[in-house]
Design a protein around this ligand. Structure first.
Ligand code: IMP
Length: 194
């Protein structure tokens, strides 16, 4: 089965392509020569995932899925949450977002945080949603060179390394997107050919 992943984020595509190998062929937007910026104007992860999916689906024939992820920090009342990509304003910058987060977390004792991903899948008219969550703590000093976004300051529960210190295989096993995507793959397997 061939599916389009509605993202311009090369890191996300790499993660998902690895997880899907042998089950589905994932085409990201650069694979299909799609260059348009995708809008993200919702106030929930679900709204954004649906918006990205519908936007791309309007110009491709293949089934499409999109994800939206938020980094939810307890001490910040759940921020940056759905606004994680543009936490430090525009143009969006992972480095500026990370610096803003560290600034906001200065002196905060409660370090609890979680990543949450919602995947939307659009084959026909009816969208389907799959969710994945991973909880952990925010550290003060970024560590590691892998991954992207807030990975260098997030240590998932049960581990000592940040996501940015893990290889992709381990991150995928425990991550928000990995969990949401596993549910999606399970659905595809069960419904193959339908
Ligand atoms: P979106 O799903 O592309 O809207 O992601 C929102 C923001 O969360 C982006 O700025 C990403 O940098 C960040 N983000 C998404 N997924 C991850 C991840 O797996 N690790 C670290 N940051 C992430």
């Amino acid at each position: 089965m061939e599916i389009v992943f509605a993202t311009h984020n090369a890191h996300k595509s790499k993660e998902i392509k690895k997880l899907a190998s042998g089950i589905a062929t994932i085409r990201n937007l650069s694979d299909i020569g799609y260059e348009t910026e995708i809008p993200e104007t919702g106030t929930t992860l679900k709204d954004n995932a649906l918006e990205k999916c519908q936007f791309v689906k309007s110009s491709v024939l293949l089934p499409v899925f999109a994800d939206d992820t938020g980094f939810e920090v307890e001490a910040l009342g759940g921020a940056p949450g759905v606004y994680s990509a543009r936490y430090a304003g525009t143009p969006k910058s992972d480095e500026a977002n990370l610096q803003k987060l560290l600034h906001e977390m200065k002196g905060k004792e409660n370090r609890r945080a979680r990543f949450r991903t919602v995947i939307c899948f659009l084959k026909n008219d009816q969208p389907l949603f799959f969710e994945g969550v991973v909880a952990g703590e925010v550290i003060n000093t970024p560590k590691g060179k892998e991954g992207f976004g807030y990975d260098p300051v997030f240590v998932p529960d049960g581990y000592r390394q940040t996501f940015a210190e893990m290889d992709l295989e381990l991150k995928n096993q425990i991550s928000h997107r990995g969990k949401a995507f596993s549910k999606f793959i399970h659905y595809l397997r069960e419904n193959a050919g339908k």
